[in-house]
Design a protein around this ligand. Structure first.
Ligand SMILES: Nc1ncnc2c1ncn2[C@@H]1O[C@H](COP(=O)(O)OP(=O)(O)OP(=O)(O)O)[C@@H](O)[C@H]1O
Ligand SMILES: [Mg+2]
Length: 391
């Protein structure tokens, strides 16, 4: 990742709660873990040696069990709490150890916060509630209202400016919370379990809304969740926290394919991986059954039931039953490529669940192509079943 892509970067961050964090830090450096430190000293290790970067314009999800340190991490980001050790950079500028005034600016301008239960002011209209943060920042009323109106429109609440919170459903109230954060146009939007209190249908609708907003505005969003479905749906990358540590960071596919430990694996258990895995994640290229047609008919390996014929550029020409193969003029073979003939060619970005039906109909392992038609690998039925049973 180049520096320009990083918006937030965290280096060796620790957060210890208690009266004597320095002592606890010494114990940590000596190899003690969270449990030992708590039992011996009563100090709580909230975040333990976290280092990672969030990219500009991504939805970065932090996931973990209750008490794993997710909210602590977010509070470190918006500098509501001071790390015990380590540094945090925002847009290349260190925000750890800033003066109170500079800190206040970061909190106000750079970090927009949306919580689980959003405390709207009951006596203020939707418009006033949305403009609330701007008022504190000293922005004129007309500009406040203009920005609040725009933010409300972004979250689908145009026309509700003059309603009061008690007249809104829970989902609408949460939208007002989101609008309030957006009105501020923050560098990073921090959302801590922002949708957890919503009922499933509205929650799903809000997730869709967030995905749309992010795609339109290329906003950087750090989203905390303990729900795997939510994390996978909205996250470009997911960080998994366990006992204060970040144990793994990756795309949903990467985590499903290669869980770092049992804890990560457990999160994905019961999750229907065929919905997030792509054919390219599973395909393997077995060069023993791939033959280049290079001006003359290829000599196939009779020990392999099916052969994949490619041209000099790697484009798939045909899949043939080896024993039945009658060599013919390669120019004839090359007249049409496999992907232009097949009804349903499988590409590297084809969702795995769509491959299931295709694999069942083809007698040979499904060839997986890139968008130019080049053969990237194949997926056999047994490979497919194995992958799907693993997740
Ligand atoms: N102000 C505090 N003082 C002492 N301990 C704290 C404080 N804030 C958090 N902790 C502890 O730090 C650990 C991490 O808490 P945190 O709130 O970050 O967890 P979380 O992952 O957000 O959990 P949840 O899913 O329940 O919200 C917990 O053991 C918690 O008890
Ligand atoms: Mg929390």
């Amino acid at each position: 990742m180049s520096h320009a892509d990083e918006i937030l970067s965290v280096k060796n961050i620790f957060k210890v709660f208690g009266p004597n964090p320095a002592m606890a830090m010494d114990m940590l450096r000596g190899g003690a873990d969270k449990k030992e430190i708590f039992s011996k000293t009563g100090h709580v290790v909230g975040v333990f040696d976290a280092s990672f970067s969030v990219k500009r314009g991504e939805i970065f999800v932090i996931m973990g069990l209750s008490g794993s340190g997710k909210s602590t991490m977010v509070r470190l980001f918006n500098r509501l709490i001071e790390p015990t050790s380590g540094s945090i950079h925002l847009n290349g500028r260190e925000i750890t150890g800033l003066s109170d005034k500079a800190l206040l600016d970061v909190r106000r301008k750079d970090m927009g916060m949306v919580f689980q239960s959003f405390a709207l002011m009951p006596h203020m209209s939707v418009l006033e509630n949305t403009a609330f943060g701007l008022e504190i920042a000293g922005i004129s009323e007309s500009e406040r209202h203009a920005r609040a109106r725009e933010a409300l429109a972004q979250v689908g609440l145009a026309g509700h400016e003059h309603s009061y919170p008690h007249q809104l459903s829970g989902g609408m109230q949460q939208r007002v919370g989101l609008a309030r954060a957006l009105a501020n146009d923050p560098t990073i939007l921090l959302m801590d379990e922002a949708f957890s209190a919503l009922d499933p249908l509205i929650r799903s609708e809000m997730q869709g809304e967030l995905i749309r907003l992010q795609a339109e505005q290329q906003r950087t969003i750090i989203f905390i969740s303990h729900d795997i479905e939510e994390a996978i749906r909205i996250g470009h990358r997911i960080a998994i926290m366990e006992g204060g540590r970040v144990v793994q960071i990756g795309t949903p596919q990467e985590l499903i394919n290669n869980p770092a430990n049992e804890y990560v694996r457990t999160f994905f258990k019961g999750f229907d991986g065929s919905r997030v895995l792509k054919a390219g994640d599973v395909a393997k290229l077995d060069t023993h059954c791939v033959f280049k047609v290079n001006g003359k008919a290829p000599v196939l390996n009779q020990g392999i039931p099916y052969s994949y014929l490619i041209d000099e550029h790697g484009l798939l020409l045909d899949v043939v039953e080896t024993s039945e193969f009658v060599p013919h003029s390669p120019s004839r073979t090359a007249q049409k490529h496999y992907h232009t003939r097949e009804k349903q060619p499988v590409y590297i970005d084809t969702p795995l669940h769509e491959v299931l039906g295709i694999a069942a109909e083809l007698p040979y392992p499904v060839p997986v192509l890139d968008r130019s038609g080049a053969l990237k690998g194949t997926i056999s039925q047994s490979q497919l079943l194995q992958t799907l049973s693993r997740v």
